[in-house]
Design a binder for this molecule. Structure first.
Ligand code: PLP
Length: 370
């Protein structure tokens, strides 16, 4: 039988980049896939499905309430719309066009105003908010965050991510203290984070996760938090939420994926080091290539191989090498954030040992003849 790859002329991919939207993020377990199919095959009272799966997830995580949304970006936009709209029906239906003069400012540490694949600012604006940056590109203290809070502030937004500036940034707990002091809610975008309870416990009112990243569910997102705020997020399904509708299959699939995620024993950083060690030894035997273990910058238990290219000896820039590895029948994707320093990182969470051998062979070919 013709494969899907052949039918549509698609390239096979070795994903050594991690949970990347440009490659399809992750591959759910067979049980989650079966649950998605069950969802597609049945009708439900959707309001009931939303409320009861949300309550089920909330109980699993020991939080007040939760709701499944279509993705984390949709979660950010709807969380912002929720804190602006609250119980106001007119605002719900006229979020962007209402002439009511109401607070719309979302205060965000400047170093958190990042592009995660799309800009944080765009999602806030989509939700009817206006970003107000606090602090500096490389620093934000509690006092600097406090200084930007005015009667126009509707919430503080904190992005917990490897994409953000890490140094000299206040913690989620400190941001929560500022929020309490000024009586505004704290929204935390923890899209790719692995801990589903920590930021809620640290005092966030709403916490947002991507369903397909750490949790490895179907394309979806999770918003959890204080009951009143989650209720306001749910209301957005009659407003901007309609343009980011999550299906019954996503709701059921993510609910099971969370349940499995909490029980699963996932590969530890130490186990990743064990798998990476022979790979790194192989790479270090190749001329003009050097490799070693690096740990996740955001503090997650993830070990990766940092691979450096001697651009002069190879006669190619790292960007050219990255492009070359994406050519051919099988495209190899690394983490490219440090390409300007002549390095890439290999994340092996979605790479098996045979694929590691293929990667080493392809890198060997690069330097052939030098
Ligand atoms: C991936 C990511 C998002 C977006 O998640 P989606 O589910 O793809 O919409 C938002 N914020 C951060 C920090 C992310 O890493």
């Amino acid at each position: 039988m013709q494969s899907i790859y052949e039918k549509y002329d698609l390239k096979h991919v070795i994903n050594a980049s991690g949970r990347m939207t440009i490659l399809g993020v992750s591959t759910p377990t067979p049980e989650v896939i079966e649950r998605v199919a069950y969802g597609l095959n049945h009708y439900f009272e959707i309001k009931d499905l939303v409320n009861k799966t949300g309550a089920y997830i909330a109980k699993l995580l020991n939080v007040e309430d939760a709701v499944v949304v279509s993705c984390a970006s949709a979660g950010i936009a709807q969380a912002v719309a929720a804190v602006i709209t609250r119980d106001d029906d007119d605002l719900l239906l006229n979020l962007h066009t209402s002439s009511k003069s109401i607070p719309r400012e979302i205060v965000l540490p400047k170093g958190h105003n990042v592009n995660f694949g799309a800009p944080v600012d765009t999602m806030v604006t989509l939700g009817g908010g206006t970003v107000i940056e606090a602090g500096f590109a490389n620093e934000c203290t509690s006092a600097q965050l406090s200084a930007k809070i005015t009667p126009q502030t509707v919430a503080i937004l904190y992005i917990k991510s490897h994409h953000t500036v890490q140094k000299s940034m206040l913690s989620v707990r400190e941001a929560a203290e500022v929020a309490r002091k000024h009586n505004v809610p704290l929204i935390v975008d923890a899209a790719a984070e692995e801990d589903l309870t920590r930021y809620y416990q640290d005092g966030a009112d709403l916490v947002i996760y991507s369903g397909a990243k750490a949790i490895e569910g179907p394309t979806s997102g999770l918003v959890l938090g204080k009951k009143q705020y989650v209720e306001w997020v749910k209301r957005q399904s009659q407003g901007i939420g309609r343009a980011m509708k999550v299906g019954k299959e996503g709701i059921l699939g993510l609910t099971l994926a969370i349940e499995q995620y909490l029980m699963a024993t996932k590969e530890t950083g130490a186990e990743m080091v064990n798998r990476l060690t022979p790979f790194i030894e192989k790479l270090n035997a190749i001329p003009a290539i050097s490799a070693h273990i690096v740990w996740d910058a955001a503090g997650r238990d993830i070990a990766r191989a940092e691979i450096s290219f001697d651009e002069k000896a190879i006669g190619k820039t790292t960007h050219q090498i990255i492009n070359e590895l994406k050519q051919g029948d099988t495209a190899i994707y690394f983490r490219e954030y440090k390409a300007n320093e002549g390095k890439v990182e290999a994340d092996i969470r979605s790479v098996n040992n045979e694929q590691l051998d293929v990667i080493a062979e392809r890198i060997q070919l690069l330097v052939e003849g030098i």
